[in-house]
Design a protein around this ligand. Sequence first.
Ligand SMILES: Nc1ncnc2c1ncn2[C@@H]1O[C@H](COP(=O)(O)OP(=O)(O)O)[C@@H](O)[C@H]1O
Ligand SMILES: [Mg+2]
Length: 579
Amino acid sequence: MLTNSPLIHAYRRMWPFIKPYSFRALLGMLLTIPVGAFDAAIAAFLRPFMDVVMVEQQSDFTMQLPIIIICFTLMQGVLIYAASYFNSWVGAKITTDIRTQLFDKLLSMHTAHFDQQSSGAILRRYSQDAERASGSLINNLKLFLTKFFSSITLTGVLLYNSWQLAIIAVGTLALVLYPLKAVKQKLQKSMNADEGAGANVMTIYNEAFNGNKIIHSFTLEPQMRGKFDQRMEMMFDNRMRIINATSWLSSILHFISSLGVALVVGFGGYLITVSHSITPGAFVAFVAAMLMLYAPLKSIGGTYVDMQRSFMAIDRIFQIFQQDPAIKDGALVLDKVRDGIEFKNVSFAYIKKRKVLKNISFDVKLGQTIALVGNSGGGKSTISNLIPRLYDTTGGEILIDGVNIKDYTIKSLRSHIAVVFQDNFLFSGTIRENLALGAQNVSEEAMWQALRNANLDEFVDSLENKLDTEIGERGTMLSGGQKQRIAIARAFIKDAPIVILDEATSALDNKAERVVQQALDKLMENRTVIVIAHRLSTIQNANKILVINEGEIIEQGAHDELLKQQGAYYALYETQFKT
Ligand SMILES: Nc1ncnc2c1ncn2[C@@H]1O[C@H](COP(=O)(O)OP(=O)(O)O)[C@@H](O)[C@H]1O
Ligand SMILES: [Mg+2]
């Protein structure tokens, strides 16, 4: 009754994940055969017990039957244990494999993918779905097979005791298919909504965690609570809808099974008393087997929801797997930058039809420094994000040594670029780990040199554990300026020929900035640099300054030239100079 096509479809899709463990999976499944079959044996023995012991009053069976029952259930117990061990083992393995593949996929996702998703949705789709997909699929398969084999043998017992009654009992069971079908659509809709609500709730937790300072300082607790309540209510409503859909199912199924019992009792009475075609023992054994056959109907509602949930999880997982890696890898290996970077009529939009960059063209020769200045929101960070291909251009092209950066392997391209952002992410772990960022064999001396360059050596030296100091998740133990200097130090350690500084000193005070600026000047020596500066005083020596406004280059030239023009740059300079 459960072999409708989505089930087969789900297993076919999951097969690559099941395959490596197919032997144990099969073993687990095979073990369910006797577990199911033994159910029927117990029912079958009721017939001689009734006819021989109760009706004919012979005592031969009085001792045998209890022993048989105990033996069978003991064996069943051992088999149930073994089967559930293998099935859980396989289920956990599959969950791990799916999670790992999903995580690889997550890591390969384009930055834009993360712009479009909430953190809650990521958690649910990449982590929880794996569990749901494989865990319940395996459990349900086990349940299904056990019930399937017990159904076969129980049906055998039914037929053996009375074929007429068996037709009635099994025929009534077929009625179950209709309500199952009816409930499915309703269920899917509510479950989709439930999924969305679940992701929303996760996002709130995440906001409560990451935004706790803002929440406290703006006393946003009531608002957060309000948001939370609203989402909980949505979740509650969805859950109730799911439960309503299925408890209705349970009632119908309950009715159908009672109908079957009623028909069998009615017709069975006739067969015993009028046509004398079956013995009372056969009848009792029949009813026992039939009750066993019908028993799973009681829990079918829950199982059905569980199965639908896992089908939907599988759907979502495969949607993720089928997603193109939005960023396509090139084939050329960039081994050395020889000439420089060129933007050729580059345009870009984060969201369709809303161009953030229009027709940007400029070049940076090897060893040159180019500065981007202009009002905030103009598109400076966007330009710098395009170079390591955090996003891909929507028009025009970016060339390094005359080759489109899309033609280089991402790995080689990015290995030539060091970026210091305005807001730098630090990983939980030690200062050492955050400086090396995965680079092997960075010497102790190189670490300290980088710290000296970033003017952070004294601070690190003052810490008890020095380089091995844990800095907490996101570097919570450090000040904004210290975090920024760690980011600068790691750019030194990366020692890449292209350096992108996106307001890299914005979190520093004037004094620290002056010192770090010297370090940055050192970092910029002999490298190709794109620097976005909030303080114009720091970029006066740049080879070229581009003034970016609303996605366009409105002025370009050296500091002195631009000042002479008395245009936008001059105006910016004037306002900063005055303050
Ligand atoms: N991830 C994003 N998704 C959609 N729009 C964005 C995103 N990041 C930036 N923008 C928009 O792009 C424009 C340029 O932003 P940005 O390059 O950060 O400017 P700047 O660095 O010059 O201050 C802004 O209008 C901003 O709202
Ligand atoms: Mg910016």
